[in-house]
Design a protein around this ligand. Structure first.
Ligand SMILES: *Cc1c(COP(=O)(O)O)cnc(C)c1O
Length: 318
């Protein structure tokens, strides 16, 4: 049995659609580990377990680590997750709750990652958060589910960090023969390594991540995700942290589900008045989720970033 669940595909009327327009939400936020990552990482862990892996090792204090820990527990394998000191107490507690051994090392992801690599023994399977074809294969299943539900969207909106979700979704679209279906790949300013790379015509490395959407914080996107833009209609879009947080708060009001700003980025594009989505009748938004933000944290960011309450339904329509 797969480690992920088939998620709901919800028609939403919360997006001020144009005439004849319908927004559909693929609710990956409801995966048992809290994000879409369980699809790809669950699949990869199953393959590695079948090949004889005795332990799962990851170096993400975010949703990739949570998915790896969840998958390992379900497969009866021990998990080791190395995280940097910056990882929140909440994230560490969530990892521990999944039964993972949590090792805190280094001041940044780079150091935690290097240390995790140095610990790898012959029986260990290392889980990369986005750059592994097994992950893309697993992520692609969400598009199979959309097709099985009878929906053929006109455009797809998703968030992009290192590009694993993007790679999986495009693989899924191609599997359906939807080779020319436009994809909008959304990032926050300060974590916009994809948009900057496409603009430069080569993969660039951000010197640092300057966004609260830490789950989008890959300093360099994968070669595969970068190259996909040459063969598939992919439009990069950059939103602000404020827009992403406003979208999270609004989504909470509208759909009663908490997601990270990383996911709010995609939602923010769907809420942009007169944005590029207006040209499409059936818009599929991947609600990628994320388990590391709390309601209180989202509200604090909203206050800090001076998010306009007018963005929120309760104020605009009451
Ligand atoms: C990992 C993650 C992303 C970005 O996915 P990539 O595969 O790195 O592009 C977006 N949102 C959430 C919630 C994530 O956990």
């Amino acid at each position: 049995m797969a480690l992920h669940i088939a998620t709901p595909l919800l028609p939403s009327n919360a997006f001020d659609p144009g005439p004849g327009q319908q927004v559909w939400l693929k609710m990956e936020a409801l995966q048992p580990s809290g994000s879409f990552k369980l699809r790809g990482i669950g699949h990869a862990c199953e393959v590695y377990a079948a090949r004889g892996a005795g332990r799962i090792v990851a170096s993400s204090g975010g949703n990739a680590g949570l998915a790896a820990a969840h998958a390992a527990r379900r497969l009866g394998l021990p998990a080791l997750v190395v995280v940097p000191q910056t990882t929140s107490g909440r994230a560490r507690a969530l990892l521990a709750r999944e039964g993972a051994q949590v090792c805190v090392h280094g001041i940044s992801f780079q150091e935690a990652n290097a240390y995790a690599q140095s610990l790898l023994g012959p029986q260990d399977a290392f889980i990369h958060p986005f750059d592994d074809p097994l992950l893309w294969e697993g992520h692609a299943g969400m598009i199979d589910e959309v097709a099985d539900a009878g929906l053929r969207p006109d455009a797809v909106v998703l968030s992009v960090g290192g590009g694993g979700l993007l790679s999986g979704v495009v693989a899924g679209l191609r599997r359906q023969g939807w080779n020319d279906l436009p994809v909008f790949a959304v990032e926050t300013a300060g974590a916009d390594s994809y948009a900057q790379s496409l603009a430069a015509g080569e993969r660039i490395e951000l010197p640092a991540i300057n966004s609260i959407a830490t789950s989008l914080g890959a300093r360099k996107v994968s070669e595969h995700a970068f190259a996909l833009a040459r063969t598939h209609p992919i439009t990069p879009v950059v939103v602000t942290d404020g827009e992403a947080v406003a979208a999270c708060l609004r989504f909470m009001d509208e759909h009663r589900v908490v997601v990270e700003p990383a996911c709010g980025a995609a939602l923010a594009l769907a809420w942009r008045p007169g944005g590029p989505l207006a040209a499409f009748d059936k818009v599929l938004v991947i609600v990628c989720g994320g388990a590391t933000a709390t309601v209180a944290q989202l509200q604090a960011w909203g206050a800090q970033l001076n998010v306009q309450s007018a963005n929120r339904m309760s104020e605009t329509r009451s």
